[in-house]
Design a protein. Structure first.
Length: 235
């Protein structure tokens, strides 16, 4: 079955261009021209990836991403008309996996699409495991439990609401407990070697994780900063 992509773009010519080129690559493509239509299409079509413009009528791309992130694990590649760090940070906060600034080349967009779909396939392979978690699939650090079979994190008895990238980052750090991991290494392994961003992306996600798993986020004991190096998970 071809992988499914939903293109959400209000500019008709760009929407048609994106659709044409993605179909040419062998993907199944549907399109939407506004935020409300995007929600309806995503719920019906269940795409593997959304190519989602920020500036949309009805509901903007941030609101669409925020809503869908609660309902599905589809990858989200956001398109923004400005090279504005605020746009990128807000996009990450609402659950976007990557962003691309207009104008962009079709070659670059296709590379980002392939990278995100590759990550989606890996996630689904992990989710596809069945049965009860065996000990190596449950990472336990006191009151913090990472259940790899269910892709669920518990703090005490309470499940944490983590964005997909927060979960992937926490799991990666936990799997390398006690090791100092550089920001660049984390960025390459969690976001992918072809992610176009910088190490501040890692810092932002670590800050969000600390707010959820630390007793005192300003004095972290689980995810500690290694000065001049990166981060180390202490469990």
């Amino acid at each position: 079955m071809p992988e499914k992509i939903l293109v959400v773009e209000d500019e008709l010519s760009l929407r048609e261009t994106l659709s044409y080129n993605l179909k040419k690559e062998g993907y199944a493509v549907e399109t939407a021209g506004d935020g409300r239509a995007a929600l309806e299409a995503a719920r019906r079509f269940k795409p593997d990836l959304l190519v989602l413009d920020v500036m949309l009528p009805e509901l903007d791309g941030f609101e669409v991403a925020r809503t869908l992130r609660k309902e599905m694990t589809s990858a989200i590649l956001m398109l923004t008309a400005r090279d504005d760090e605020i746009d990128r940070v807000v996009g990450l906060e609402v659950g976007a996996d990557d962003y691309l600034t207009k104008p962009f080349s079709m070659r670059e967009l296709l590379a980002r699409v392939k990278a995100q779909l590759r990550r989606t396939r890996l996630i689904r392979e992990e989710v596809g495991k069945t049965g009860e978690a065996t000990p190596h699939e449950r990472l336990i650090f006191g009151s913090l439990v990472i259940d790899q079979t269910r892709r669920e994190v518990l703090l005490g008895e309470s499940p944490l609401q983590l964005k997909p990238k927060e979960y992937e980052l926490l799991l990666f750090l936990a799997q390398h407990r006690g090791q100092m991991l550089s920001r660049e290494f984390i960025l390459e392994r969690v976001w992918g070697w072809d992610f176009v961003g910088d190490s501040r992306t890692v810092d932002v996600h670590v800050r969000w994780l600390r707010q959820k798993i630390e007793v005192n986020a300003s004095r972290p004991e689980r995810i500690v900063t290694v000065r001049g190096g990166g981060y180390r998970f202490e469990g």
